[in-house]
Design a protein around this ligand. Structure first.
Ligand code: GLU
Length: 323
């Protein structure tokens, strides 16, 4: 049976990388330690709704840091770009995601919304009448991107809530600077809930494809976020999305992306596709080891690097042809 070239390429990458034993599953959140290191899925969703996938693309896991992209998109809508910039910067840190050193030393403003301090500050700005209303608005937002119902994994939420002392320390420091208001326990709960939203690798690819498609979910036609915010979201992903590997990622892979400690990486190829990889073993930066290898290969094969795209070197159309 004829299949698209991209599907053959994904199958080949999957078989090449499946046996890889590098990396470690995150354990600092006790629930995450239960992940199977062999889980591995790759999903590509095009703007006309074609789906190419291989492996464990329907396995559910918690979204973790990848949620920061989407909550940032919500805060841009709720709060406005300029107001948001006053609270949370857009500067890459080069520090680990959970560092609080620069918060104290520097501007008293989190550097960017992709590190934990910036994400907690961003989450604290989500509007709503009460905590339940804010959570429901957030779940509705995720639902627009995914195109289906989403749920919070209560075990992971409780696990993070009872062990997230660094995140609590950051919130208290930001309260001390007057950057967030005194409802810090509510803001932290909402942050732990957003990190505990259950997704699949397929869902992440649809979410990425929505951002690649000017904010419109290509499978449902629903506008998940105003098109005017997409450039800002992708800029922050490009410069800050891959922990303290963001510069090297921009150089080697060149696709706006975000990774999370549960092993997901979501990447947006503007006007082409959304791509996601799920594989829990992480490298020292917190990025999925198999994920990095898949994206490096895909970027190389199809000319997905932003500076290949802008020079007209994208070869994805060939990948969509049958072989
Ligand atoms: N919930 C995690 C934390 O706050 C998210 C970290 C991540 O995925 O980078 O530590």
């Amino acid at each position: 049976m004829a299949i698209a070239a991209v599907q053959s390429f994904l199958n080949q990458l999957y078989h090449e990388l499946k046996g890889l034993s590098e990396g470690r599953v995150a354990t600092y959140i006790p629930e995450l330690a239960k992940a199977n290191p062999d889980w591995f899925g790759i999903s590509v969703v095009t703007l006309d709704g074609q789906v190419f996938e291989v492996g464990d693309v329907a396995q559910k896991f918690t979204i973790q840091s990848i949620s920061k992209v989407f909550v940032y998109s919500m805060a841009l809508e709720d709060y406005g770009r300029e107001n948001l910039l006053k609270k949370v910067g857009v500067e890459p840190t080069g520090d680990p995601f959970n560092s609080l050193i620069r918060l104290d030393e520097d501007s008293k403003r989190p550097d960017n919304p992709m590190v934990n301090a910036g994400a907690i500050a961003t989450t604290s700005l989500i509007t709503g009448q009460d905590p339940a209303d804010r959570l429901n608005r957030m779940l509705a937002m995720f639902q627009r991107y995914v195109g289906d119902e989403v749920f919070v994994d209560v075990s992971t939420f409780v696990s993070e809530r009872s062990t997230g002392h660094r995140n609590r320390a950051m919130a208290h420091l930001m309260l001390n600077f007057g950057l967030i208001d005194e409802h810090i326990d509510e803001a932290l709960d909402l942050y732990f809930q957003q990190c505990s939203v259950l997704v699949t690798c397929h869902d992440l690819a649809v979410m990425a494809a929505t951002l690649a498609n000017k904010g419109v979910n290509p499978l449902t036609g629903v506008q998940a976020v105003g098109a005017e915010h997409v450039r800002d979201i992708l800029s922050v992903m490009y410069t800050c999305g891959m922990y303290n590997f963001a510069g090297e990622w921009a150089f080697r892979v060149g696709i706006p992306a975000k990774s999370g400690v549960s092993g997901g990486i979501l990447a947006v190829v503007p006007n082409q596709a959304g791509i996601a990889v799920f594989s829990p073993p992480l490298d020292g930066h917190g990025n999925s080891v198999r994920g990095l290898k898949v994206f490096e290969a895909l970027s190389q094969e199809y000319g997905f690097h932003l500076f290949d795209l802008s020079l007209g070197h994208c070869r994805f159309a060939q990948g969509l042809q049958q072989t």
